[in-house]
Write a new protein. Structure first.
Length: 127
């Protein structure tokens, strides 16, 4: 019988902190092997994530942009003109609301939460 992995909220890097078993059980892939990353995210309770984790510098940049207050009247948006990859969006969702994660519209108690504001961002396709 396999041991179950218990996870809590994601840390600042968007990776859930494990409570059991030891953190070494699920090794973070150290390359761009998409299959290894999918398995990693699945085991950590983020089955919707598929991409390798973004670099720390990119995380800091996106975190700063997320702090921009939207102003529709003046056309100011947090990600205005910024090219966003799926990996960027996955990280933004995982770290949304201090690690609370994406809004689950199927959960009626979450319907009052603010979603991630990506207006103005340029979504890139993987080539």
């Amino acid at each position: 019988m396999s041991e179950q992995l218990n996870v809590s909220q994601p840390n600042q890097r968007g990776v859930p902190e494990q409570t059991s078993p030891s953190r070494s059980t699920w090794q973070r892939p150290n390359n761009d092997d998409l299959l290894a990353w999918r398995v990693y995210w699945q085991e950590l309770g983020h089955p919707w994530r598929t991409e390798p984790e973004i670099e720390v510098e990119r995380q800091h940049f996106l975190a700063e942009r997320r702090r921009v207050t939207p102003d529709v009247k003046h056309g100011i948006y947090p990600f205005e003109g910024i090219a966003l990859t799926r990996a960027d969006i996955e990280w933004l969702l995982a770290t949304h609301e201090n690690g609370r994660g994406p809004v689950d519209w199927n959960d009626a108690s979450q319907r009052n939460r603010q979603g991630l504001d990506l207006r103005g961002g340029i979504c890139l396709k993987r080539t």
